[in-house]
Write a protein that binds this ligand. Structure first.
Ligand code: FRU
Length: 711
């Protein structure tokens, strides 16, 4: 009996119930029993920042040990009295320079350094926020140890801050490192929707020096859903993931593993708010379409993507491929955040052999993107334009070693939309500067760029597009379209270097769609455009994904009424979605009559109508799920509230309306209007409207549409 009690008696010191032991809280007016020498740490703890220091945050209580007395150039040392290791972990807050042996805190045992830590930064930028660190000191249990804080560095980040050193049986943070052999497509992660719970992870391949990517992931023990890192392009390689997480997330971290599938994949595309024939990403957030390019029968759709949650973050280029613009297959991401920062919007081109200075052997697919260094984990970076290339038709991409190709110009300059200008035999890059200002750059090889002009799209900004279109199909009479994110555009001329606006801004694109661009290299001279459908509201709440792209549409230039204007039509490929059709011809509808659409049922459908624009009614058209109007008001010549150029042609309005799970888009005589909707249960999907009069239809067709995911 006696002997068996012994181990029990030993346990309390290391049991999880044992209270924490404070080694130093730096709350006093002086350093107490600590031996402090030199200038850097002053005469005692201080209540935050010192003169000329950025705001210091994250410390506990009123004070901390601050090594910035006399600025970065001062030096000093602070040594603790000896203490006994009584708990499994030593937790502490630390901030400042990342210089081992120069700006550091060491744990000493038997005169030797057995643990060491530094702050986070080694170049200009960064913050003075202290962060938790934990040392596992279980193997030192019962030993007498001491701490030494050193500031032996001058210049940038030549200081260190420390607070709240506590012995505890629970780690404040876990330093993670796991190695995986990539034998299946995904590395899966359990996450919470609570986007404040971000933890940063670094991913390295085969022991490379530079991380392949980094990601802020809201790891959770009680996941709302699972996300994944798509590793299809790195099969067979060795992946190391490192990170620091709060001690309590150890269970979630154990579940992060390589897998052929991800939890929830069995119900992918069947989620309540999942678009059925528009592109949405399997997981996470999307915004702008990027790098729209056609190559060898494939429409590539890259897009701004956060693979790890439903909000804008971790800007990555998602990548999907389709042969018909509706059935998309998602590939591994094209570009992922790394030391360059976030991968902001840009474009893709097919670069024939010899057309670039990139290290490629034959034809390549090149991505020209904005690297937003303000989001880099390395401070001091800025916003620049860079290039990546693929020699295997977009399966894998390599970032160019000579990046950036266009250094920072101004503000958050971004969104390069590159194309080849055949007459000048050079590449052209419209680039967004700031406000409504844009510039044009040209290059013989995609590596050396020079500025050739500036231009404006008044009242618009971001995401330029620039292309030439024939007017009414006449190849001898063309105009250049300079387009901005809101879909406003200038018409003019372009000689390969200088864009000269002749008219604008014009507008034929209204509602939710934003930041769209057109396909490069599309067959048959087509200008196929896709926009991002943004949502001013809460987005697709409760879903493991968020938001969708617009319907792909063809742009042409037509002479209309007072001038030449863009004209949008749904792409002809949309017709293949039709499942069943009901048709009515030559009829007049007036309010009070039996609505021929009263019995229509469906959640994905297209309405095709030719109707008279001249009507005695104040409002004519359609209501979608009661709340959403696709209505022509002859009095103010608006459709669905959009004051576009939907001028009647021969007194008629040609209307195409597309309804999908959460969106409605209307094309009316070349004008495009879109919005997010909800299909409220108990409401009628489609109703005819003729308020206060009658409307004549030449024809009306309603097509139910197939899901692109269920075939
Ligand atoms: C437009 C935009 C772009 C930028 C990207 C970042 O929506 O702001 O200008 O490159 O989104 O995701």
């Amino acid at each position: 009996m006696r002997f068996s009690l012994l181990p029990l008696l030993c346990i309390p010191a290391l049991s999880s119930a044992a209270p924490d032991v404070i080694v130093a809280d730096f709350e006093g007016n002086d350093f107490g029993a600590w031996k402090v020498s030199g200038e850097a740490f002053g005469k005692g703890p201080v209540a935050g920042s010192l003169p000329d220091q950025m705001p210091v945050s994250g410390f506990v209580g009123q004070r901390l040990l601050n090594g910035y007395h006399g600025g970065d150039d001062s030096k000093g040392k602070a040594e603790s009295p000896a203490f006994t290791v009584e708990r499994k972990y030593l937790n502490f807050l630390i901030g400042g320079g990342r210089f081992p042996e120069e700006t550091c805190m060491d744990l000493l045992s038997d005169g030797k350094v057995v643990r060491t830590a530094t702050g986070r930064y080694d170049r200009p930028g960064g913050t003075e926020q202290l962060e938790w660190k934990s040392w596992d000191v279980a193997e030192l249990a019962g030993k007498t140890v001491s701490l030494r804080i050193t500031d032996n560095r001058t210049g940038t980040w030549g200081h260190i801050n420390v607070d709240q050193i506590v012995q505890s049986d629970a780690p404040k943070t876990l330093e993670l490192k796991k190695e995986f052999v990539i034998g299946d497509r995904y590395l899966i992660w359990p996450v919470t929707r609570d986007t404040t719970q971000k933890r940063r992870f670094f991913f390295t391949l085969d022991g490379d020096k530079e991380p392949l990517l980094y990601a802020d992931i809201c790891l959770s023990n009680n996941p709302d859903f699972w996300v994944f890192t798509d590793l299809a392009d790195h099969q067979g390689r060795k992946l190391t993931v490192t990170g620091t997480i709060p001690g309590g997330l150890g269970d979630a971290w154990e579940k992060v593993k390589i897998s052929a599938s991800y939890p929830g994949e069995e119900s992918i595309y069947q989620e309540a708010l999942r678009p059925q024939y528009h592109f949405s990403s399997r997981r996470g957030w999307l915004n702008d379409p990027n790098g729209l390019v056609w190559k060898d029968g494939s429409w590539h759709l890259f897009y701004q993507h956060n693979p790890y949650n439903h909000n804008w973050d971790n800007m990555t280029w998602g990548h999907a491929v389709s042969s018909d613009l509706f059935h998309w297959k998602e590939m591994a991401p094209g570009l992922q955040p790394d030391a360059e920062g976030y991968m902001y919007s840009g474009s893709a081109v097919v670069a024939p052999k010899g057309s670039t200075g990139l290290p490629v052997k034959g034809d390549a697919l090149a991505l020209i993107y904005t690297a937003n260094g303000n989001h880099s984990y390395e401070p001091g970076r800025t916003v620049v334009q860079s290039v990546a290339y693929s020699e295997d038709n977009g399966k894998t991409f390599t970032k160019f070693k000579g990046n950036p190709v266009v250094p920072h110009v101004v503000a958050e300059n971004r969104d390069p939309k590159v194309f080849w200008h055949a007459p000048s035999k050079h590449w052209v890059m419209p680039l967004f500067y700031d406000g409504s200002d844009y510039g044009i750059y040209t290059s013989p090889d995609m590596v050396k760029w020079e500025k050739t002009c500036d231009y404006k799209i008044p009242t618009d900004g971001e995401c330029p597009d620039l292309y030439e279109l024939p007017v009414d199909g006449d190849a001898k009479n063309t105009r250049w379209v300079a387009w901005g994110a809101q879909g406003k555009y200038m018409l003019g001329s372009f000689d390969g270097k200088v864009f000269k606006a002749e008219s604008g801004p014009h507008h034929h694109y209204f509602g939710a769609a934003y930041a769209g661009q057109t396909y490069g290299n599309a067959p048959g001279g087509r200008r196929v455009h896709i926009g991002w459908m943004r949502d001013g509201g809460a987005g697709l709440q409760g879903m493991p994904f968020n938001l969708q792209m617009s319907l792909p549409m063809d742009f042409t230039l037509r002479r209309q009424g007072d001038g030449i204007r863009l004209w949008a039509e749904p792409v002809k490929e949309a017709e293949a979605l039709r499942a069943s059709t009901k048709e009515w011809k030559d009829f007049t509808y007036e309010s009070g009559q039996t609505d021929p659409l009263a019995d229509f049922k469906g959640g994905q459908f297209e309405v095709e109508a030719v109707m008279d624009a001249n009507t005695s009614a104040a409002e004519v058209g359609f209501r979608i799920f009661d709340d959403h109007a696709a209505i022509w008001k002859p009095g103010d010549r608006t459709f669905s509230g959009a004051e576009g150029q939907q001028a009647p042609v021969d007194g008629k309005l040609k209307v195409r309306i597309f309804v999908d799970t959460v969106t409605m888009e209307a094309f009316v005589n070349g004008t495009y209007v879109s919005k997010y909707i909800r299909q409220t249960p108990g409401t009628k999907p489609l109703r005819l409207v003729a308020n206060g009069g009658a409307v004549k239809f030449d024809s009306l067709k309603v097509h139910t549409l197939k899901s692109a995911w269920k075939e």
